[in-house]
Ligand binder design. Structure first.
Ligand SMILES: *[C@@H]1O[C@H](CO)[C@@H](O)[C@H](O)[C@H]1NC(C)=O
Ligand SMILES: *[C@@H]1O[C@H](CO)[C@@H](O)[C@H](O)[C@H]1NC(C)=O
Ligand SMILES: *[C@@H]1O[C@H](CO)[C@@H](O)[C@H](O)[C@H]1NC(C)=O
Ligand SMILES: *[C@@H]1O[C@H](CO)[C@@H](O)[C@H](O)[C@H]1NC(C)=O
Ligand SMILES: *[C@@H]1O[C@H](CO)[C@@H](O)[C@H](O)[C@H]1NC(C)=O
Ligand SMILES: *[C@@H]1O[C@H](CO)[C@@H](O)[C@H](O)[C@H]1NC(C)=O
Length: 584
C-alpha cells in the first residue's frame, strides 16, 4: 500500500451486542424493546460528561477513523437511550476533541442490512480510497459482511456513503451459526498483494478470528483455518489486529510486518463483557498468529483497561504517526435511568498506544490534544502524607479535571505480604479497600468526593511483598458509593430498584512496574460521571462510571490520601480544570 499520501486511517466501529435469530430478538446482552424507540423528551445534564465524546442524546457505542479530518462512526440508536435501531452515526473533528455531527453514514435500507447496521472497520485502499466493511443483519436475520464507499471522494466530510448491490461480500459458511459472524477488522495487505480481514466467530465455546482473503476487497475467500482461536473464551467480538514497533512510541500502518514489530490481537469477550489482548508474532507465510507466552490467552489475560471499557478499536493516525485506541464506556446505572437521562454511553478519551520496553505489554496515554482544554492549574510539591492524611487539591473544577501526581516512598520494608493465590486483581480490590490500612498504601486520589466524604471514588495503589519481587495493585473503587446509594435511595425513593441494580465494581489491575526509584505515578481524567485513570505512566488503566448525588458540579472535591502505616510523599501534583470542547 502506498502510504505517502495516506491521510486515511483505519476506522473503527465497534459494536457490541446482541444477536437476532429466527425467533426474533435473542440477545447475549439485555434488550429493552419497550425503551428502544422511546424518544428522550428532555436530556438530563446532571451526570453528562463535559469533554468525553457523546452525541446530544440517546444510545451510543463504538468507534472511528481519519482523513486529515478525523471521522468517528459509532453505533447509535437515533430513537432512544437503550440499544436498538442501530445505525452508523458520524461525527468529524480536526483534533479528536471538538466534534461536529453529520447525518448517519449507514442505516438499514437494503435486503443485506435491513435488520441492522452493526459494527465494522474502515480500510484505506491504494489511491487514498476509504472503504467500510460492516456487519449487516439481512432479511433472514443472518449476520453478513457488507461494504460501503463514499459517494463523493471530493467531499472532505464524506457525508454520504453508497452500499453497492453486489453486497453481501461474506455470508455465514455452511454449518456456521449465522448469529455468530460479525465485526470485520481493518484490512492488511500481504506481500502477495492480497488483502486480509478478520471476522469474529465462535465454534462450540472456542472464540475465533476467521480469516478472509481478497485481491480486490470485494471478492473474499475464507481461509481454511482462523488466524487464531482460543478455547473456552466464547464469542469474539470486535477483534483488532495490528503491528507495534519494538522500539519507540510511533504507530504503524496496519499492513506493516517484519522483524522490527510485534503484533497485537485484541478481542472483546461477549461472555464476560471484558476485553483481553495478547502480544505475539504474525507468520505471514502461514497466515497465523502465535501469541507470546508472557501473558494468558484467555479471559484472565492483559486488558487495555480494567474498568468500564469494551468494543475498543485502534486506528493508525498517519498525520501524527501514532496508533490511537478508543473504547466505549457504558453506563453503570440502569436502562430506566438511561431513559430518564435521555442518553447512555460515552467514548473514552482517545489514547495513544505503543509497546512497553519490557515487550510484555502495551502502554497507553491520553492524546496530547486533550491538554488544549487545560485551564486553571494548581501545583503541589513535596507534601508528606502520613497515615490517614487527606489533602484537598483546591482551586480547580474537581468535577471536570485532569490530575497528574507522582508519589514517593523511601523504602518498601513494611509492604504487606502477598499471597500467591491472589490472582484476580478486581477481587483483591474488593477485599482491600481504601479504608483498609496497609503498609505501603492504600494511597492515591479521592475523586468526585463530596464535602462530608459520604461519596467518593478512590483511585489508589497498594504495594505488596511477594517471594522475590514487589506486587503493585491499582484500584478504582466505585463501591465506595455504598453510602451515597443510600442517599440515592432516599432521593429516588419511588424507584428503589435502581439501587439494587446499580453496577458498583471495585475495578482493579496489577501494575508491572519497576519500583527501584521509589516512585509511582497516577493520572486521572475526571468528568462528572467518569474517572479514567492511568497508573505508572499508562501501564495499567482503569475507567469507572459513577453517579454521585452530592459530589456534583461545584460541590465536587478532589483529595490525595494515604491510608498505609508508612508515610508516602507527593513529589509533584499538577491538576487542571478542563474546559468543554464543542461536542456534537
Ligand atoms: C463533490 O464534493 C465537492 C466538494 O464538496 C463538490 O464541489 C462537488 O460538487 C461534489 N460532487 C457531486 C457530484 O456532488
Ligand atoms: C446460534 O447462536 C445463538 C447465539 O449464541 C444461539 O442462541 C443459538 O442457539 C445458536 N444456534 C444454534 C443452532 O446453535
Ligand atoms: C516462553 O517462550 C520462550 C521462547 O520464546 C522460552 O524461552 C520460554 O522458556 C517460554 N516460557 C515458558 C514459561 O514456557
Ligand atoms: C455495562 O454495564 C452493565 C451494568 O449496567 C454491566 O453489567 C455490563 O457488563 C457493562 N459492560 C458492557 C460491555 O456491556
Ligand atoms: C482511611 O481509613 C479510615 C479508617 O479506616 C477511614 O475512616 C477513612 O475513610 C480512610 N480514608 C480513605 C480515603 O478511604
Ligand atoms: C414518590 O411518590 C409519592 C407518592 O406518589 C410522592 O408524593 C413523592 O413526591 C414521590 N417522590 C419522588 C422522589 O418522586
Amino acid at each position: 500500500m502506498d502510504n505517502s499520501d495516506l491521510f486515511w486511517v483505519s476506522i473503527v466501529c465497534c459494536f457490541f451486542l446482541n444477536l437476532i435469530n429466527n425467533n426474533g430478538v435473542e440477545a447475549s446482552h439485555k434488550v429493552f424493546p419497550e425503551f428502544q424507540s422511546l424518544k428522550a423528551s428532555k436530556v438530563s445534564q446532571q451526570h453528562r460528561t463535559g469533554y468525553h465524546f457523546q452525541p446530544p442524546k440517546h444510545w451510543i457505542n463504538g468507534p472511528m477513523y481519519f482523513n486529515g479530518v478525523y471521522h468517528l462512526f459509532y453505533q447509535y440508536n437515533p430513537k432512544g437511550a437503550v440499544w436498538g435501531n442501530i445505525v452508523w452515526a458520524h461525527s468529524v473533528s480536526t483534533d479528536l476533541i471538538n466534534w461536529v455531527p453529520l447525518n448517519p453514514a449507514i442505516y438499514p435500507t437494503k435486503p443485506f442490512d435491513i435488520n441492522g447496521c452493526w459494527s465494522g472497520s474502515v480500510t484505506i485502499l491504494p489511491g487514498n480510497k476509504p472503504i467500510i466493511l460492516y456487519t449487516g443483519i439481512d432479511t433472514q436475520n443472518r449476520q453478513v459482511q457488507n461494504f460501503a464507499v463514499p459517494k463523493n471522494l471530493s467531499d472532505p466530510y464524506l457525508k454520504e456513503w453508497i452500499k453497492p448491490d453486489i453486497n453481501p461480500l461474506m455470508v455465514p459458511a455452511n454449518g456456521m451459526n449465522a448469529s455468530l459472524f460479525r465485526d470485520p477488522t481493518t484490512g492488511w495487505r500481504g506481500k502477495d498483494g492480497r488483502w486480509r480481514v478478520l471476522v469474529g466467530n465462535k465454534r462450540r465455546n472456542r472464540g475465533m478470528a476467521l480469516l478472509y482473503r481478497s485481491r480486490d476487497f470485494v471478492h473474499w475467500t475464507k481461509a481454511q483455518h482462523p488466524l487464531h482461536s482460543s478455547a473456552k473464551t466464547g464469542m469474539w467480538e470486535c477483534p483488532d489486529f495490528f503491528p507495534v514497533q519494538l522500539k519507540g512510541e510511533s504507530g504503524l500502518d496496519t499492513s506493516v510486518m517484519g522483524d522490527h514489530v510485534k503484533h497485537v490481537l485484541k478481542v472483546s469477550l461477549d461472555s464476560t463483557r471484558f476485553e483481553y489482548y495478547t502480544l505475539g508474532h504474525y507468520l505471514p507465510e502461514k497466515d497465523r498468529y502465535v501469541p507470546d507466552n508472557t501473558s494468558a490467552d484467555d479471559a484472565t489475560g492483559l486488558r487495555y483497561d480494567y474498568g468500564n471499557f469494551y468494543a475498543s478499536k485502534t486506528f493508525f493516525d498517519a498525520g501524527k504517526d501514532r496508533r490511537i485506541l478508543w473504547g466505549w464506556a457504558n453506563e453503570s446505572d440502569t436502562p430506566k435511568d438511561d431513559v430518564a437521562k435521555g442518553w447512555a454511553g460515552i467514548q473514552t478519551i482517545p489514547r495513544m498506544v505503543w509497546l512497553d520496553k519490557s515487550e510484555k505489554q502495551l502502554v497507553q496515554w491520553p492524546i496530547e490534544e486533550l491538554e488544549k482544554l487545560r485551564g486553571n492549574e494548581v501545583h503541589l510539591k513535596e507534601v508528606e502524607l502520613m497515615k490517614g492524611s487527606l489533602v484537598e487539591v483546591r482551586g480547580i473544577t474537581a468535577a471536570q479535571a485532569d490530575v497528574e501526581v507522582t508519589f514517593h516512598f523511601s523504602n518498601l520494608d513494611k509492604a504487606e505480604p502477598f499471597d500467591p493465590t491472589w490472582v484476580d486483581a478486581q477481587q483483591l480490590c474488593g477485599q482491600k479497600r481504601s479504608t483498609d490500612h496497609g503498609g505501603i498504601g492504600p494511597f492515591g486520589l479521592l475523586t468526585l468526593a463530596s464535602d462530608n466524604l459520604n461519596e467518593y471514588t478512590p483511585v489508589f495503589f497498594r504495594i505488596f511483598k511477594a517471594q522475590d519481587k514487589h506486587v503493585v495493585l491499582m484500584c478504582s473503587d466505585a463501591s465506595s458509593f455504598i453510602s451515597s446509594s443510600n442517599l440515592i435511595l432516599v432521593w429516588h425513593q419511588n424507584s428503589s430498584s435502581l439501587k439494587k441494580e446499580m453496577y458498583k465494581p471495585s475495578f482493579g489491575g496489577f501494575v508491572d512496574v519497576d519500583l527501584s526509584e521509589g516512585k509511582l505515578s497516577l493520572r486521572s481524567l475526571i468528568d462528572h460521571s467518569v474517572v479514567e485513570s492511568f497508573g505508572a505512566e499508562g501501564k495499567t488503566c482503569i475507567t469507572s462510571r459513577v453517579y454521585p448525588s452530592l459530589a456534583l458540579g461545584d460541590d465536587a472535591r478532589l483529595y490525595a490520601f494515604n491510608n498505609g502505616t508508612e508515610p508516602v510523599r507527593i513529589l509533584n501534583l499538577k491538576a487542571w480544570s478542563l474546559g468543554s470542547p464543542r461536542m456534537n
